[in-house]
Design a protein around this ligand. Structure first.
Ligand code: PMP
Length: 397
């Protein structure tokens, strides 16, 4: 019997039927007027969501492709840069930089902790007067640990230094507070299959004026990802190569649904759902991996009870409850599990997750009083979303 899965991984996320239906429309000419209108409308919508008047390009590539584009379009071989690494995706930025022959210095931050703006300030201050780094690379929402780095404050520090700021917001943008222009972010990347609730295949990248100046000086090889060709083609309503037309159409529909809800409500919904998720997990004595103050609104990583390997928990959730969550990456494999709550997600989705989790833990002989997590999550959500009733409701007889 077919039962829909409760897909609670931190991307690809649940895609609403309206978005799936949009992706089933007949193909259109990617060099024709319909596509030009679609591209112009989506670019404007993305500028609104990301709060930028600067350039936004849609790439036919996953988020890692956009990360690669960010590197190739701003730097030259041998350039010095700093990468703040507090998880697997900071490591990925570092790997890409190294692959391009960039002299990337890693600043390690313990996994589960946030990148402290004071650490960034001190680090950049130490470079002063020397042949310092040109750019700072940082992950906004570290999906591998469930940590949201304080990007606004980090950006303020980087702006003081005059260096370029390149941000991986693959799993943050579209769900969390973000203002590309006001915060002074030069390049930011995100991807359709995360908070944008569309199928994978398209990523987005912003370019500030400063980033274009860096582009002019940059000598790293760029062909498919040459953003100047994207800019020239965008003016003609097209893309340099054949775009994933179907995914673009789906993403257009997601953006429409998101605009209906409004960015402020979306951001609040993510914050409230993340809060409810943490309270539910804590009611089961499952420790949250991230510091509470920097816990991600889109993805929660939690530790396992002693002697339970997260791979087993994840397997039973999938096999017996059609509930799909993610495990730990790299050095955290087996130790943590990660539940996604980004995109088109509701409290009901999270309560369904908790019902599956409670039953699964009981199956592993964990002392779980059934209903505690559901009830804690629901209470937290109600607290966050509904003001307390002022007067007791009179009984009607
Ligand atoms: N950065 C972050 C923060 C991510 O969460 C991901 C995807 N999990 C990526 C980069 C890579 O994106 P993609 O898998 O779309 O290449």
């Amino acid at each position: 019997m077919y039962r829909p899965q409760n897909l609670r991984i931190p991307g690809p996320t649940f895609v609403p039927q309206a978005v799936l239906s949009a992706s089933a429309r007949p193909l259109i000419n990617h060099r024709g007027p319909e596509f030009a209108a679609l591209l112009a409308g989506m670019t404007r919508a993305l500028q609104d969501f990301l709060r930028t008047r600067g350039d936004v390009f849609l790439l036919t590539a996953s988020g890692s492709g956009a990360m690669e584009a960010a590197v190739a379009n701003t730097l030259s071989s041998g350039d010095k840069v700093v990468v703040f690494v507090n998880g697997a995706f900071g490591e990925r930025f570092h790997q890409i930089l190294r692959a391009y022959g960039v002299d990337a210095r890693r600043v390690e931050v313990p996994w589960g902790r946030a990148v402290d703006p004071d650490v960034v300030r001190d680090d950049l201050a130490r470079e002063r007067g020397k042949d310092g780094s040109k750019a700072v690379f940082v992950t906004h929402n570290e999906t591998s640990t469930g940590v949201l780095n304080p990007l606004k404050e980090i950006a303020a520090v980087v702006r003081e230094s005059g260096k370029l700021l390149v941000v991986d917001s693959v799993s943050g943008a579209g769900a969390v507070d973000l203002d590309v222009d006001d915060w002074g972010i030069d390049v930011l990347v995100t991807a359709a299959q995360k908070a944008w609730g569309a199928p994978p295949g398209v990523s987005m990248i912003t370019m500030s004026e400063r980033a274009w100046k860096a582009f002019d000086r940059s000598n790293l090889p760029k062909a498919y990802f040459n953003l100047q060709t994207y800019k020239a083609q965008l003016e003609k309503g097209a893309t340099p190569a054949t775009p994933a037309v179907t995914v673009y159409i789906a993403l257009q529909e997601s953006l429409r649904l998101m605009a209906e809800e409004g960015l402020d409500s979306i951001v609040k919904r993510h914050r409230d759902l993340a809060f409810a998720t943490r309270r539910g997990l804590q009611a089961l004595n499952l420790a949250i991996f991230a510091d509470e103050a920097f816990a991600s609104p889109t993805c929660t990583a939690f530790r396992m009870p002693t002697r339970l390997d997260s791979r087993n928990l994840i397997r039973v959730l999938r096999e017996e409850h059609d509930t799909i969550i993610a495990g730990g990456q790299g050095r955290l494999e087996g130790q943590i599990a990660r539940v996604g709550h980004m995109g088109f997600v509701t409290i009901q989705d999270m309560l369904s997750f908790f019902s599956a989790l409670e039953l699964t833990l009981r199956g592993f002989n964990q002392p779980v009083e059934q209903g505690v997590a559901i009830s804690a999550a629901l209470r937290a959500y109600a607290e966050a979303t509904q003001p307390p009733a002022r007067t007791p409701v009179a009984s009607r007889r």
